[in-house]
Write a protein that binds this ligand. Sequence first.
Ligand code: NAD
Length: 401
Amino acid sequence: MTCVLVPRERRAGEHRVAATPETVKRLIARGCALIVESGAGLAAGFADGDYRDAGATLLDPRAADAQARWRDADVILSVQGASLAEAEPGLNQLRPGALLIGLLEPHANTALLEALQRQRLSALALELLPRISRAQTMDVLSSQANVAGYKAVLLAAAALDRYVPMLMTAAGTIQPARALILGAGVAGLQALATARRLGAVVVVSDVRPAAKEQVESLGGRFLEPPQLEQNPTEQGGYAQQASEAFLAAQRQQLAEQLAQSDMVICTAQVPGRPAPRLIDDAMLAGMRPGAVVVDLAVAQGGNCEGTRPGETVLRHGVQLIGAEALPSSVAHHASALYARNLAALLEHLLGAGTDGSPLALDLEDPIVSGCLFSHAADAAAPAAGATTGASPERQPVGGAA
Ligand code: NAD
């Protein structure tokens, strides 16, 4: 039987949880035993009693046997998995061969990789899950970006000094707010849909030509990227890093749009690289006072000059909101979706059986090899953000490595 542990999240401000009573039931039906740390779901609106009713065993982290129970775990489901490296109980209490699944900030996270390998633990970094159709149900980046795009527009609307929709009143007509969205990935498209539902007129910029059709189908106007000799290419649906010459041309194009915008939602990103700088100080000075910029890329350096993670700053009369941790601020539904993603991944790893046979990592499976961050059977450390390159095999999880 596969024993699955769901710890309380350790990172300050993280309100999500990696399993909900619904997914606990789902995994028990697949032959797993679930241990949930007490209080794990409280900040997301899931009470201990709901987990108990769903069939989980609750674990009090202060109980005398708490550390021993961590050693029972074959699989640990987490949101901010990287924070378990310093936690007590945490990775140190796990037995060799256990599998950690979560957001592991895998790009250049050598400290976590070393901790995992010291303990001989396997780990799947959900940031690296391949964006292929059969992994769509497991795609946490999409489910959480969707929440972030929605919430970013609500933050902008709440901070704005004007209505969003067009209104015809006895006192005259109010024109609709104008929104500019940078980046038409998952977050940007959800921001577009949300801003349109509120009644804004929306313009969207992206460097991927494929984004045009999606933007138009949601009622937005697509800004064609500047045509230079070397436009950023696309790989696997992701934009590649743009040259400085391209970004300069893009900023010139955006300056005109910004001057007419009331709210700007920044979502432009290039995986594993700093976010492209699309708004500089001079462009902010050209915006109207009272406008709002919500920068979802702030953790990667931001699309907008001057944004700071978790802070709102005023620059040239424009409010800059460094939107960090937005999915955590919609913790109930963000957790519900995240937990379903993880349940789908775990069910995939468990294979076809419902008899509780031990979970195995199939290194030939592109879903596994794509997001394998550490492999207990590996003597050599895999490169962060890359597959292990280990010889194909089916490696039991939970046994000694
Ligand atoms: P992301 O968070 O990496 O980037 C957000 C957007 O920023 C992307 O659309 C990117 O093109 C854009 N961008 C990068 N540089 C820019 C610049 N200089 N100016 C303007 N925009 C810029 O992307 P994401 O939301 O993770 O999605 C990336 C792609 O993956 C999309 O095509 C999406 O439809 C696709 N996707 C596929 C699957 C699947 O098949 N399972 C799942 C999710 C997303």
